[in-house]
Every structure is written in C-alpha cells, then in structure tokens.
Write a protein of this length. Structure first.
Length: 80
C-alpha cells in the first residue's frame, strides 16, 4: 500500500503472504517489521509508520495463535 505522505509518515506498507493456495489459507504465524506478532491485531499507528506484515499461511488453522487472554484487542467502548 502506498501511504499518502500528507497524512501518514510512512511511504508504504507491504503485506506479504507466503505459501498461499486454495488449501493454504490460514495464518500460521506473522511478523510485523521483522518481530513476531502473536496477536491477531495491531495498532493503526504501527501501519501508518510504514513497514511490512509478513504472514506464513498453512492448510489448517493455528488455534494457539491469538488465543491467550492477553491477545484480545483493547476495547474501544470500555475503559477501566
């Protein structure tokens, strides 16, 4: 994705998915700018800085990925 420099500081954001096919359609693992991304989400400000999301894809869901309580995205309607 090309990011508009008038609004976002990054020049581009790349999403790379490896081993994709009709059978291989489930995310096995992910890295965000070279660092492991265990959660199934990340913040908008991480995207607009520019960078790369790399996904490894497989034929079965990785049910452990993103399943910990800490992997839940923050609520936008609830605050403590």
């Amino acid at each position: 994705m090309n990011l508009d420099p008038e609004y976002y500081p990054g020049k581009s954001y790349v999403i790379e998915a490896k081993i994709v096919s009709d059978e291989n359609r489930f995310i096995q693992s992910a890295t965000l700018d070279g660092k492991e991304l265990s959660k199934p989400w990340f913040y908008h400000d991480e995207l607009v800085k520019g960078g790369k999301l790399a996904l490894i894809i497989g034929d079965k869901p990785n049910k452990q990925r993103g399943s910990r309580p800490d992997d839940t995205p923050p609520s936008m309607s609830y605050s403590k």
